[in-house]
Design a protein around this ligand. Structure first.
Ligand SMILES: Nc1ncnc2c1ncn2[C@@H]1O[C@H](COP(=O)(O)OP(=O)(O)OP(=O)(O)O)[C@@H](O)[C@H]1O
Length: 274
């Protein structure tokens, strides 16, 4: 977790407050950043395998953070931690028969030699009941989707807007031919963690993406993501500009996840974005 935060949230700031138990990650847990007994880690989730006693936490949700205070063992100032919502990708509450977990997918920034990188961490907390875990999951998602909420809000999934929908266009032959593999291992898991729904289309030939984008109802999509090199992006822009509604169509958010050989455009965007 990030650096310890000395101050607790005031009761007026709290949107939700509750008690949870720790839930260990199945894989090695070396991402605690100095937080002893912190639940979660970098891998998948599984029941605690060690006989170590469970830690108990008080979680407080505010508009900007999740405050985590360890209650036992060894409560105290050093056991108080802060999760900024700006670093949270999403959350989930796995369905029964899984236990009532609040699972947080967290990507804190870390320094590397050049620029900043983000490393995935999963934090899971065992709630007292399934309705409580679902209430927290809904509340966190409301905040991530910028739904206006107050401490009086009765959090439930019904408050959430429809999930965002992305159209992914993947050129399986771009670059070294690893675009689909990257999708499976990196991109799709992140999209799912962010509670985004998607449709993935593999391009089958030259101009496939261009024709597709020219003809599909764009209102069904919140954005188009290109998993490829510059060539496919070029096709998508051409497809948007060839539509009768091009003036509106060209405003569709388009993203590129570079998997080509040159990736000059993605490199240039990254460079100018800092
Ligand atoms: N299934 C496919 N078979 C053959 N060509 C394809 C297929 N899908 C897309 N293409 C074409 O391949 C061209 C090159 O693809 P892309 O730009 O993604 O990769 P790249 O050439 O490796 O990357 P870069 O442009 O960054 O060097 C695109 O213009 C596209 O028209």
């Amino acid at each position: 977790m990030r650096s310890p935060e000395p101050s607790s949230p005031s009761p007026a700031e709290a949107l939700l407050h509750g008690q949870f138990a720790s839930w260990e990650s199945g894989s090695s847990n070396n991402n605690n950043n100095g937080c002893p007994d912190s639940p979660g880690g970098s891998g998948g989730l599984s029941p605690a395998t060690s006989p170590a006693p469970a830690s108990n936490y008080a979680l407080t949700l505010t508009h900007t953070h999740i405050h985590v205070q360890r209650l036992s063992p060894r409560p105290g100032k050093e056991a108080r931690l802060l999760l900024p919502l700006s670093e949270l990708l999403g959350c989930s509450c796995p369905r029964a028969p899984a236990p009532p977990l609040l699972v947080l997918y967290w990507y804190p920034p870390g320094k590397r030699r050049k620029g900043v990188s983000r490393r995935r961490q999963v934090r899971a907390y065992l709630a007292e009941s399934r309705p409580e875990a679902e209430r927290w999951s809904a509340a966190v998602q409301c905040l991530l989707r910028e739904v206006p909420v107050t401490p009086n809000t009765e959090f439930s999934r019904s408050l959430l807007p429809r999930p965002r929908r992305l159209l992914l266009l993947v050129n399986p032959f771009s670059g070294r031919g690893q675009a689909m593999q990257w999708c499976q291992t990196h991109i799709l898991p992140m999209i799912r963690e962010a509670n985004i729904s998607y449709n993935l289309i593999q391009t089958e030939r030259q101009n496939h993406a261009r024709e597709l984008i020219r003809d599909i109802p764009l209102s069904e999509w919140d954005g188009i993501i290109i998993v490829s090199g510059d060539g496919l992006l070029h096709e998508v822009i051409n497809g948007l500009m060839e539509r009768p509604d091009w003036e509106q169509a060209i405003k569709t958010p388009v993203g590129i996840l570079p998997c080509g050989s040159g990736n000059a455009l993605a490199g240039s965007i990254n460079h100018y974005a800092g």
